[in-house]
Design a protein around this ligand. Structure first.
Ligand code: MN
Length: 262
């Protein structure tokens, strides 16, 4: 099994290497990761500029590693499209420092990278640890390896991407594994206004205080219970009931356009 490993925290992040080391027990691993932190860039792709890829020193025997001056999605596209000489069977992105739960799957570079594998029809896994400090990557790395073995033996039941969040707990304290749906977050990112030394105004966007609507069987519910959360994702964002509800707008818009024509 050929496994492409990437992340959004950059090629030197410890979570990436903990993941690669464990997955190297399951298959042949190649690391292709951003040359710097790329958290929050989602599925962004670097168009219209050259990407000079550097082979970097690998911490693991028989694992080649490349640094890309681009996004996590770029890494997967390059890895699958050029750097890997053999077909890739599995894409794994992580281990991210910090959870990727609820709406965050739409801005996460970790999940964004996995989406590029998903878009190309490959089994793809994004994996994160729900902590920013004193992180133990071992439980998440071992979880990824066990999932990779499941994929190798059974394939994924549907064409989905697995978004995995692991509580920052010792192995023996992990309460279980739950298949979940996305929780809803009750806050938006905040804008902070600052002034520089010349009095010019600038802004920063900061994460709001986490305030969760915790329904049963959601990803945040599982993490709060000390369980590993596995959310099967796909890319169909269409809300079907609204299609009917909005149908009546179409004629009005079309007629409005026609009425303004000469
Ligand atoms: Mn990150």
């Amino acid at each position: 099994m050929n496994i492409l490993v990437t992340n959004d925290d950059g090629v030197f992040a410890p979570g990436l290497w903990a993941l690669a080391r464990e997955l190297a027990q399951v298959g042949r691993v190649m690391v292709v990761a951003p040359d710097r932190g790329q958290s929050g860039v989602g599925t962004a792709v670097s168009l219209y500029r050259g990407l000079r890829v550097n082979k970097v020193f690998s911490l693991i025997e028989d694992v080649d590693a490349y640094a890309v001056p681009g996004t996590p999605a770029d890494c997967v596209i390059l890895g699958l499209g050029s750097l890997s000489e053999e077909p890739v069977d599995l894409v794994v992105s992580g281990i991210n420092e910090g959870a990727n739960l609820g709406n965050d799957v739409l801005i996460s570079g970790t999940v964004g990278a996995a989406f590029q594998g998903f878009f190309r029809g490959l089994p793809s896994i994004a994996i994160s640890v729900a902590a920013f400090e004193d992180i133990d990557f071992v439980p998440a790395a071992k979880t990824a390896a066990l999932l990779a073995r499941q994929v190798a033996e059974h394939a994924l039941p549907n064409h989905v991407l697995l978004n995995v969040n692991v509580p920052n707990l010792p192995l023996e304290q992990i309460a279980g594994v739950a298949i979940t749906r996305l929780a809803h977050r009750n806050y938006m990112d905040l804008v902070e206004t600052h002034h520089d030394a010349l009095g010019r105004r600038y802004y920063s966007i900061v994460r709001g205080k986490p305030d969760w609507h915790v329904a049963r069987n959601t990803d945040i519910w599982a993490i709060r219970k000390g369980m590993i959360s596995i959310t099967p994702l796909h890319s169909d964002l269409v809300h079907r009931p609204s299609r009917c509800a909005l149908e009546g707008w179409c004629a009005a818009i079309h007629q409005g356009l026609l009425a303004q024509g000469s």
